[in-house]
Ligand binder design. Sequence first.
Ligand code: SAH
Ligand code: SF4
Ligand code: F3S
Length: 432
Amino acid sequence: MRYHIITYGCQMNVHESEKIAGLLKKHGHKEGVGIDDADIIVFNTCCIRDTAEKRALGNIGALKKRKNADKNLIIAVVGCMTQQKGFAEKLRAVYPFVDIILGTNNLSLLPRLIELNDKKNAVKIEQDDTYDADAPVETFRTSYPNAWVNIMYGCNNFCSYCIVPYVRGREISRKPADILAEISFLLDGGYKEITLLGQNVNSYRYESFDFKYLLSKIAETDKKFRLRFMTSHPKDFNRGVIDVIKSSKNICKHIHLPAQSGSDRILKLMNRSYTSAQYIDLAAAIYDNIDGALLSTDLMVGFPTETEEDFDCTLGLVERCNFSQAFTFVYSPRAGTASANMPDLSAEIKKSRITRLIKAQNKVTKAVSDGFKGKTLEILIEDERDGRLVGRTDNGRLVSVEKSGGQKIGDFADVKILSSKSASLEGVFVGE
Ligand code: SAH
Ligand code: SF4
Ligand code: F3S
């Protein structure tokens, strides 16, 4: 049968979809050209914000007519959304035509349930909270020249607004030997960039091995490749990691370090375990020690009780930290989290703040980009769009270059930057 997977949410989910695809391929299913040609449709969902959830539910609902007309169509809903308390029952009530609901921890059941479903049109709902972090997984990767590699699963931080620890469970780190073997296999297979994945990679720990050890171990190879990692947490990102990055030619000089807010009062309510001064110190240490480093972040507006003064502190942080990019979010209460019972601010206040925040960050983003004009930088070519090749600098800036010679996706190339467009740059290949 032909499958089609729709992915919502973070990179973790994008990679999980690669694993789902691998699993389905292994069982003889084929990738569908599009959703309309698929016999199996998998929704790999996210519930980090209300909007993510609504989008997925809307798309599932839109299949009702098609499913009624085609009883052989198999619809599976998997991923974070399904792990919420009572979700499976709720989904069964609203969309009884959904065939399979699976939690994030038991995706390996999918092929078997499809098989059962195919024969008996049975409905199976399976959820549990155990995860075998070391189980070998066949992965159908689609992100060449980059490959995502999980180093850990789950989260222990319980930021007061966040549903991830509830739906993904506690932190489990993979064995260093397994991670190293996977990466060495990928590099031998021609991958040029490895991105380590975890909700808080800095708290990676397997027996006596910590993140610093893992990073330096992975980076020590004669092969030319780029090593990235996400996401870091300011409370755990230590100076030791800075030293490892500084002394390695393979580890990228780009750190994604979510700040969330610039107000100490709000950071405390968020249970983030750092102050804005500590964040600023860390940012300064990164900039001072890692030559050419860029810092990106996540920022949230409209957390319960946030005042204009609190919000001004976030704007201040944007100015102060010179973020190359910021992913900006409007707070959305998530059932079961600590902040869900606090009074939600009005939609007007949130809208006004997100608009002002985006405007302030856009100015900084543009100024960072303008600083690259005239420079020659190495890019790794990742994509081809409209006759142009698109790559990324070591420190994470996107660069679009007119295709001219024999360059192709997966090549490293030197580019002279001619102009900048907010978050991206344009250039020409050097030596042509
Ligand atoms: N583990 C990472 C990413 C978590 S999810 C981290 O700790 O930063 C990605 C981003 O979604 C978060 O950084 C946060 O800014 C945002 N987010 C999480 N919960 C949210 C909520 N309830 N409402 C709005 N944004 C939220
Ligand atoms: Fe959520 Fe905080 Fe964990 Fe990130 S560190 S996943 S924001 S609880
Ligand atoms: Fe990621 Fe969304 Fe789950 S952000 S961890 S897919 S809730």
